[in-house]
Design a protein around this ligand. Structure first.
Ligand code: PMP
Length: 353
């Protein structure tokens, strides 16, 4: 840290992304990426001509991509905001809608707290119920922006659209951000509620179900006034926030929607398979609607299993937070990857007997 850094940033606890090691080839089940490549349409769209055009700025209005997404969701382009990964939308929301502070579940996506700290926002971390679920009744507004990942991470548990509507009704004076990064794996999106609730901001990403984590593309769906607020922040930070290659890839990915939805079905099947196998090995697995599962065993500690799997060339995500330190979050990959994971886990349990 240099002596030039502003005092308020010196004590920041930064977000720690999942490991991306380069020392050897791992079966990567630690950052909820897709095991499937982007669709053929995407591979064709990011072609030599697009690369040649990189000398030009990208379209700051992103009209083509907004139109494609609006068409897919049956909303208007004015209801869509695009960003460099959905993290950017979350960041902008923490900048824009937190006059009275923010509230989010105590166990959830770690970045919410980092954004709140970054912007010096007053925030409340709401405990989960003992079964790790979010209690919608806890989110009754005093004007604080509400942020809920649905499905939640790292638990994979999902609230119903009815529950979300309850939260919207209870918080008419604040923005309710529903982070649907994992919604395509069995959850139900609440974006149809944007017509009824002007305070609803739904955030989604191309990083998980659309196999484009490396392209950095996120989007929000909301009433056009909320979208225009986000545009104000974007035009005050980085107007060209979507690069040309990602823009082309995004338009092509929306056209190939069926391919991605079929892949989500495969992930759901592999999730069921992995859950069954882990349960047969005595694990407790929280029922997940995401492309990961959260599981623990009373035969082996969370960290020990994580380290032993890593020795076997398999990466999962372990969190050191006291309440969840017995668990590991395991991304659902291809069938072959999940078979390898189960085989290694069985062997590890055998070895420590
Ligand atoms: N929300 C949640 C709940 C996540 O787990 C992630 C991925 N780490 C994100 C948002 C951000 O994803 P991205 O920036 O890749 O769109």
């Amino acid at each position: 840290m240099s002596k030039f850094l502003k005092a308020r940033y010196c004590s920041l606890e930064v977000y720690t992304p999942g490991e991306q090691p380069r020392d050897k080839k791992y079966i990567k089940l630690n950052t909820n990426e897709s095991p499937f490549p982007p669709s053929e349409g995407v591979i064709k769209a990011v072609n030599e001509n697009e690369v040649r055009d990189l000398r030009l700025y990208s379209d700051p209005t992103a009209n083509a991509l907004k139109a494609a997404l609006a068409d897919l969701h049956g909303v208007r382009p004015e209801n869509i905001f695009l960003s460099n990964g959905s993290d950017d939308i979350l960041n902008f929301s923490f900048m824009a809608f937190t006059e009275k502070g923010a509230m989010f579940p105590e166990i959830s996506y770690g970045f919410y707290e980092v954004f709140a700290e970054l912007h010096g926002i007053d925030y409340v971390k709401v405990p989960l119920k003992s079964d790790f679920s979010v209690d919608p009744e806890d989110y009754t507004g005093d004007g604080k922006m509400v942020v809920i990942a649905n499905p939640n991470a790292p638990t994979g548990l999902c609230l119903s659209v009815n529950d979300i509507e309850g939260i919207l009704k209870a918080n008419p004076k604040s923005v309710v951000v529903i982070d649907e990064a994992y919604v395509d794996f069995g959850g139900q999106s609440c974006y149809p509620l944007i017509n009824k609730y002007k305070n609803l901001l739904v955030v989604q990403t191309f990083s998980k179900s659309r196999s484009m984590a490396g392209a950095r593309l996120g989007f929000a769906i909301a009433d056009e006034e909320l979208i225009s607020d986000l545009e104000r922040i974007k035009y005050s930070t980085n107007p060209y926030n979507i690069n040309r290659l990602t823009m082309a890839a995004g338009v092509a990915a929306v056209k190939d929607n069926d391919y991605y939805m079929e892949n989500c079905q495969k992930i759901i099947e592999n999730r069921d398979y992995t859950t069954r196998e882990l349960e047969a090995l005595g694990f407790y697995v929280i029922p997940s609607k995401a492309n990961f599962i959260f599981a623990k065993s009373d035969k082996i500690g969370g960290e020990e299993l994580y380290l032993k799997l890593k020795d076997n060339g398999i990466l999962v995500r372990h969190f050191t937070k006291e309440a969840i330190k017995d668990f590991n979050r395991i991304t659902i990959g291809s069938k072959a990857e999940m078979e390898a994971f189960i085989k290694a886990t069985k062997q590890i349990l055998e070895d420590i007997k």
